[in-house]
Design a protein around this ligand. Structure first.
Ligand SMILES: Nc1ncnc2c1ncn2[C@@H]1O[C@H](COP(=O)(O)OP(=O)(O)OP(=O)(O)O)[C@@H](O)[C@H]1O
Ligand SMILES: [Mg+2]
Length: 256
């Protein structure tokens, strides 16, 4: 099993969108994928879960000794081989933020997230894809450290490109000498060559010494959100989008 965390402490860069799209790509390759929504906005949950959410991730976090909860928090989606551990929105009684503030950093809860990953592994899942919130809370740190790989998602804008070095330092500091999570790929999102600013930035991105994936701006993503469908179940995806998503999935499977 490989646990991958799509992260950026900035909002609106495409974390949720690309987590879903990469999950769609992996299941189309026959992989068994579990999505983990750790964002109190619950956008990923909204994409995949209709109706009331009975159990959410926070139910396990607050009662981690109750191992029977695992089978309750994992939900099937309408897609074969795609599962999700959802979140409830705050307005629906969601408690993930409460956990992030109160429990996540405490000594006695140090093993809660690693134990969750171990239990998920026993369910014969190939990939856990984690959709992170735009923050850097104690919970976010625990999740990052329990992941095998972190893949930052950045937008092709000045601040993202300028901030790459700090982003790297932030994650290295968090790892504190540990080998995990691996950090060797970047996804740059929303390429749009009509803007001269992006044309300049893309030249700079070329020089970054990491594996890079460049996802174009594609209206399929808004359509997918509106219809709550995976882009793989829809028509009209740009060839360039499809190509980069296939490449990401192939590389993830190769590294497994
Ligand atoms: N490549 C793309 N082309 C066009 N639209 C995109 C693309 N990527 C993301 N979007 C759109 O950008 C918006 C923000 O994306 P998304 O919600 O995935 O960001 P996020 O990083 O998860 O945000 P948050 O930090 O608030 O959770 C959405 O409306 C999404 O449909
Ligand atoms: Mg999101």
């Amino acid at each position: 099993m490989k646990t991958i965390c799509f992260y950026n402490h900035k909002g609106g860069v495409g974390k949720t969108t690309l987590t879903a799209a990469i999950a769609g790509e992996l299941i189309s390759e026959g992989q068994k994928v579990l999505l983990l929504d750790t964002d109190s906005q619950a956008n990923l949950t909204s994409l995949f879960c209709e109706g009331d959410i009975q159990y959410e991730l926070a139910d396990y976090l607050f009662n981690s000794k109750d191992t029977a909860l695992l089978s309750k928090i994992i939900r099937e989606t309408k897609y074969d081989n795609l599962y999700i551990i959802p979140n409830k929105k705050l307005s629906a009684g969601g408690r993930i933020d409460e956990w992030a503030r109160s429990g996540a950093g405490s000594k006695e809860n140090r093993n809660v997230i690693p134990n969750l990953m171990k239990m998920i592994e026993s369910c014969k899942i190939d990939f856990v894809l984690i959709d992170m919130p735009p923050s850097y809370s104690e919970l976010d740190k625990e999740i990052l450290l329990a992941s095998d790989e972190v893949i930052p998602i950045l937008k092709i804008d000045t601040f993202s490109v300028e901030g790459i070095k700090d982003f790297y330092l932030l994650l290295e500091k968090l790892k504190d000498g540990d080998s995990k999570p691996e950090f060797k790929k970047y996804i740059f999102n929303c390429k749009d060559l009509r803007t001269s600013m992006q044309r300049t930035l893309l030249e700079q991105i070329e020089n970054i010494n990491f594996k890079k994936y460049i996802v174009p701006t594609d209206t399929i993503f808004e359509k997918s959100k509106a219809s709550r469908q995976l882009i793989q179940a829809m028509n009209g995806t740009k060839t360039e989008t499809q190509k980069v998503l296939s490449e990401i999935a192939a590389d993830l499977m190769e590294g497994k």
